[in-house]
Design a protein around this ligand. Structure first.
Ligand code: CJB
Length: 804
């Protein structure tokens, strides 16, 4: 399907039509919000035709659909994303300018849809973009949280959280589907009637659908992101109202809505909370009911379900999909137990995103029975079938817990890790026994990122340079970037590459100046670590290195230091005490170090509040050095690492997650490697007092720790960081102390490399040229080929394959 041409004049008229008829505003009274809504609605209009055409084609094809179940979709803003995929980005900008509006300001008025915590949620959003770009019929299923990830503020350097309110305004992109709703049951008990189980639920809420079309590159295809909102079966209790009890009158609605009210803000450890289990079951059950209804409405025979339905579980959060599908097949469609389990398994696949033991969900069995009594019985049947088939020792129900990792694994036909190293570690560690029970089930699909958002949209100067150098067909065939490699020898090309980077650095500087009143030295190296704050991601090690560098610059101010701006960004889970201390320490250190006239020229720390997807889009293109410094074996993949490399920022990093594959692609000479390997990390942990020994062996580190512990950065509360420092010396599970010297030394190699401007730019350009493989189009093609067996319904750009 080709995109119909729309002139800027026509598009202006469409915006004005929405301003008048959808917003009810006169031009002379329109606010930036009104313009933003009108622009969004005008763009959305153009998505509808490709969306309908894709749906029609999917029905005609009678093929398989992918259902991507995810608790999180970290979407960010959509205006530019949609405009770019429709090919209307320049037109939209011109149209708004002609109406006297500042396009950038209108775009920036859109709140981020922050329905996710971090990498896992952002991956789901990139996957939606790629599924549409590749023309694979797919639905994303998730929760329409009223409040997305909290907003972060700093008070005297400490993180404070306030509720995020993206839905306080109308969400421009969605279509409410009041007719698409399903009852979701909780609690109660299970009765037996003539050998048949009957679940008498204690409580029922309604899942109500909201659809957002997701249009792919050049509008060749559009899929649906269907998010569920929880509503009450009885909207209002009139009896209570008539008695004057107004609170009780609205209680049913308020209680039901609690389920989709707020995103849990902890990305790894929030298990054991009843509401979280209810959220998981709520959206999973609604999604399974919905896909079954669709299948049956097309006249499908449920025994053939796996030929038409591929359900991907994004982590264990939707792992209840297995028992739920089995329950529906047995209780509502008369399947035998073993037939139901086999059928369900043939539909289901599970992606593991972490080896952190605390992230593998486990529910107290009594809580689980209370909330999902029928599913508990089904899980017993699944476990029995698994033991009968394999003779395995592995249980799903054990020590009074329901283990969702084991459940997801046993009910999936494939389990995938998210980088080559991670997938191997999945086989060797968390799922070693199940791997031997089911050899071949674990496979790898290395993560990827959408180049439309993470290069084309967020980095206009580099986009234009690439277009003029290798042509314009790279955004859906990212390996074409390899064509830049030959130009990396050409000084004229490198000058332009550097000019693009400088323009992005200026844009970031202006943005920070306007937002926070912070000025940056544009000649300094922008050294950036942005991600959730976690001990394993080792923001603390970065800070310790910064303090050590500060010490050394003070002592030897004329040693020709490479100026650096250390930029941090990220949120800590509100209950994660150590992570919040690390944030506080970074801010405290920033205050002291930034005020030091002796080092100001060379070292600055910046930590903008409330890091989110939109901030990443400004920071990443402006970055010179990408910090990917997790303890080896702990970061499953990382995806920020890919975004930085793609935007021409070499990495300083460990051999962890996808860093390993990035380094293989860009070449060891274009990557700053340091630190222990995953195997060495394991070995080091067996050495008694390894942290204390590391500190004793490093006077540089010992001094920094003394400074922090002694209150150099916390003169108002000198003992504020004693727990943090003692924790490092006595435990240091993430081996900050052991990797510190290697990290510090490698940073000095970075200093030297950065000083040779042209060599650095060459390295940066080669990073861009060589990471085309990390497109999420490649990742999704891998899932489609190895797991889902779903063909693309687009044959080539500009025309769709005739599959009818
Ligand atoms: N990840 O963001 C999360 N949340 C979790 O609960 C578990 C893992 C991250 O997923 C990303 C996407 O696969 C990975 O790149 C990242 O390493 C991992 O921490």
């Amino acid at each position: 399907m080709s995109i119909p041409y729309v002139s800027p004049q026509e598009f202006s008229a469409e915006i004005l039509r929405h301003l008048k008829h959808s917003l009810g505003k006169d031009e002379s009274h329109a606010s930036v919000y009104d313009w933003r809504m009108s622009l969004s609605l005008a763009l959305r209009d153009h998505v509808v035709d490709p969306w309908f055409a894709s749906t029609r084609r999917t029905y005609e094809a009678r093929g398989k659909r992918v259902y991507y179940l995810s608790m999180e979709f970290l979407i960010g803003r959509l205006i530019e994303d949609v405009a770019v995929n429709l090919g209307l980005d320049a037109v939209a900008e011109e149209a708004l300018s002609a109406l006297g509006q500042d396009y950038a300001a209108v775009v920036a008025n859109e709140p981020d849809a922050a329905l996710g915590n971090g990498g896992l949620g952002r991956l789901a959003a990139c996957f939606m973009d790629s599924l549409s770009t590749l023309g694979i019929p797919a639905y994303g299923y998730g929760i329409r949280y009223e409040h997305g990830l909290f907003e972060q503020h700093f008070e005297d350097g400490a993180q404070m959280e306030t509720a995020e309110t993206w839905l306080a305004q109308r969400h421009a992109w969605e279509f409410e589907r009041p007719e698409v709703s399903y009852p979701i049951n909780f609690g109660g008990h299970v009765e037996e009637h003539e050998g048949k189980a009957v679940w008498r639920a204690g409580e029922t809420v309604v899942a109500s659908a909201y659809d957002t079309p997701v249009v792919g590159w050049q509008a060749q295809w559009a899929n649906t992101l269907r998010l569920w909102a929880a509503k009450s079966t009885t909207a209002f209790d009139l009896d209570s109202f008539n008695r004057g009890d107004y609170m009780a009158a609205s209680a049913p609605e308020a209680l039901a809505r609690t389920i989709s009210r707020v995103l849990y803000p902890d990305d790894t450890t929030d298990t054991g909370k009843e509401l979280r289990l209810k959220q998981e079951y709520f959206f999973t059950s609604a999604s399974i009911q919905d896909l079954l209804r669709r299948f049956l409405s097309e006249g499908g025979d449920l025994r053939a379900l796996p030929d038409f339905v591929a359900i991907q579980l994004n982590d264990t959060h939707p792992a209840i999909a297995g028992p739920e599908l089995v329950r529906l097949l047995i209780d509502e469609h008369g399947f035998e137990v073993s037939q139901a389990i086999t059928t369900a398994r043939s539909c289901l696949a599970y992606t593991n995103h972490t080896l952190l033991p605390e992230a593998l969900e486990r529910w107290p069995e009594d809580l689980f029975i209370r909330v999902l009594p029928r599913h508990h019985r089904i899980i017993q049947l699944i476990e029995a079938a698994h033991i009968a088939a394999t003779g395995s020792d592995i249980r799903i129900l054990e020590h009074g817990e329901v283990k969702m990792g084991e459940l997801a694994f046993i009910m999936a036909h494939h389990v995938n890790g998210v980088s080559a190293l991670h997938s191997e570690l999945v086989k060797e560690t968390v799922f070693a026994d199940l791997h031997s029970d089911y050899p071949g089930r674990i496979i790898n699909q290395t993560n990827g990122i959408t180049p439309r958002r993470w290069l084309y949209s967020c980095n206009p100067p580099l986009r234009e340079l690439i277009n003029e150098t290798i042509g314009t067909t790279w955004p859906d065939d990212l390996q074409q970037l390899d064509g830049l490699s030959v130009h990396a020898k050409d000084p004229a090309f490198l000058d332009k590459f550097q000019a693009a980077k400088d323009a992005n650095k200026t844009r970031l500087s202006n943005w920070l100046q306007a937002r926070d009143g912070v000025s940056l030295n544009p000649d300094a190296m922008f050294d950036v670590q942005i991600k959730r704050i976690h001990e394993y991601k080792r923001q603390l090690m970065n800070l310790l290195e910064t303090v050590a560098l500060w010490n050394e610059i003070r002592e030897n101010p004329n040693a020709g230091w490479t100026p650096r701006v250390k930029i941090f960004g990220g949120k800590a889970a509100p209950g994660y005490v150590v992570a919040k201390q690390i944030i506080h320490l970074i801010n405290d250190a920033a205050k002291v170090i930034n005020a030091d006239p002796a080092t100001r020229e060379y070292l600055q720390i910046v930590y903008p509040e409330n890091y989110n997807v939109s901030m990443a889009e400004i920071l990443i293109p402006a970055t010179d050095l990408s910090e990917q410094i997790s303890t080896a074996g702990k970061e499953a993949s990382g995806t920020g690492n890919m975004k930085f490399a793609l935007n021409g920022a070499p990495t300083i990093g460990t051999l962890d997650g996808a860093n390993v594959e990035i380094r293989d692609c860009v070449g060891a000479e274009n990557f700053f490697l340091f630190g222990l390997t995953a195997a060495e990390v394991t070995a080091r942990r067996a050495v008694p007092e390894y942290a204390r020994r590391a500190v004793e062996a490093s006077p540089r580190l010992a001094r920094v720790l003394q400074q922090i512990e002694g209150g150099v950065f916390s003169s108002d509360d000198k003992t504020r960081y004693s727990g943090l420092v003692q924790g490092l010396i006595n435990h240091d599970y993430f081996l900050v102390t052991c990797d510190f010297d290697s990290y510090f030394g490698t940073q000095r190699d970075v200093d030297k490399a950065f000083a040779d401007k042209q060599a650095w730019t060459r390295m940066a350009a080669l990073n861009t040229a060589r990471v085309g493989w990390f497109s999420s189009d490649r990742t999704i093609s891998g899932y489609a080929r190895d797991i889902w067996k779903t063909p693309s319904l687009i044959s080539a750009r500009g025309s769709r394959q005739d599959v009818a």
